[in-house]
Design a protein around this ligand. Sequence first.
Ligand SMILES: *Cc1c(COP(=O)(O)O)cnc(C)c1O
Length: 226
Amino acid sequence: MEIANNLLELKKGLPPGVQLVAVSKTKPNEDILEAYQAGQRVFGENKVQDLAQKYEELPKDIEWHFIGHPQTNKVKYMAPFVSLIHGVDSLKLLKTIDKEAAKNKRTIRCLLQFHIAEESTKFGLSEEEAVEMLDKGEVQKLQNIEIAGVMGMATYTDDENQIRKEFRVLHNIFSVLKNKYFSAADSFREISMGMSDDYPLAIEEGSTMIRVGSKIFGERNYQNKN
Ligand SMILES: *Cc1c(COP(=O)(O)O)cnc(C)c1O
């Protein structure tokens, strides 16, 4: 009951308008089902293969989010069912998602990922790169994708001011893009930010979607199956 309790405890503290993506990466189906039975329907994975397998095996009313950075050659495996792709940071990837969505007669919602952290290893666009990409007008022509907002990850640190500053940067990028390109698009409305260690700050800074794993499912153990 640990997972169900963690989940319900967490949800109690969420203001309306903030959606919870339960990040189930590396976790077995039985853990996901426990959260499902406690009412959770939105889950996130960061490996396309795991996502596709869990989709096959678990209840079909689960809404699956891809929270990583997909390789273009893997997009086809999730295109039939994925409901939101959080980690999109290039025109090339958007074009691939559009093509695979069209094959499935679907529209796939995508979030543009921004690099807001100090760490240099994380994926993501800068505001300038996004503006340059959107100014070309090619993204707007893609018929089978919908840009639903922005996503980012803050630096892994204890420094709350630093984290807050980075979330503010993402919120500001959202506002700039909204005004410049998406003011008429209701669908552009999500700010995906906040994880187990920093989601309360993210919510204070305007997050509409938090991605929480270990706080619900426990620490991930990549060595053992625990
Ligand atoms: C793993 C992961 C999360 C969840 O991390 P926790 O710290 O376990 O909550 C959120 N977002 C992304 C992109 C992730 O890869």
